[in-house]
Design a binder for this molecule. Structure first.
Ligand code: HEM
Length: 165
């Protein structure tokens, strides 16, 4: 994180980045990224619960999160989703003193409801990646998630909350 709480270009996975404030939507309230290392809330999530948050945007209590379902993770294959979970579990625990999660203002809730930030992806029970190879179909699948990664580096934030390609 830099002095303004924005990503520095590294991916420490420790969260604490207030997306709305960083993107000029501070009036809408806060959407603060979660600590993805085992040092935060994810330690209390089972693998199945983490799968559900990525596929359906539902937290541990089954409540629909605000920002997570705007990301394209619902279109990530079952196997790739499981691999991400295994990767996160393998990371060293890091503490994040910043309070994570959403706190939208009334105006933010109205904006969200109007789809200004994007539309939640409802997700489907099972997703299979296209066969790996030099094809447009596989390239589109990979590009979608490469764009998401660059989003983490705060380059394509606006694409992230809408369709990536
Ligand atoms: C491997 C990827 C990810 C995993 C496993 C993950 C997991 C989670 C979980 C479990 C929560 C809810 C924590 C709770 O309150 O119980 C959460 C919330 C959140 N995550 Fe993610 N996350 C991931 C990627 C991202 C990315 C890439 C972004 C933003 C670019 C992001 C932004 C947020 C935000 C803003 C919240 C607060 C609630 C909301 O607005 O949806 N997450 N995440």
């Amino acid at each position: 994180m830099d002095a303004n709480g924005n990503p520095s270009g590294e991916l420490p996975l420790s969260g604490g980045w207030d997306i709305t404030a960083a993107e000029g939507f501070g009036f809408a309230g806060d959407m603060v990224t979660e600590n993805l290392t085992p040092g935060g809330k994810l330690a209390g999530y089972s693998d199945g619960e983490l799968f559900r948050v990525l596929r359906y945007g539902l937290n541990q209590d089954g409540d629909l999160l605000a920002f997570m379902p705007l990301l394209p993770y619902a279109q990530l294959s079952d196997a790739d989703t499981e691999a991400i979970i295994a990767y996160l579990r393998s990371q060293p625990p890091v503490e994040q003193p910043v309070t994570t999660g959403d706190k939208l203002t009334f105006v933010g809730a109205v904006f969200y409801g109007a789809g200004i930030f994007g539309t939640p992806d409802p997700g489907t029970a099972s997703v299979t990646a296209p066969p790996e190879g030099i094809t447009a179909e596989y390239g589109q699948y990979v590009a979608k998630f490469y764009a998401l990664r660059t989003t983490l580096n705060k380059i394509l934030m606006k694409s992230c909350s809408r369709s990536i390609l």
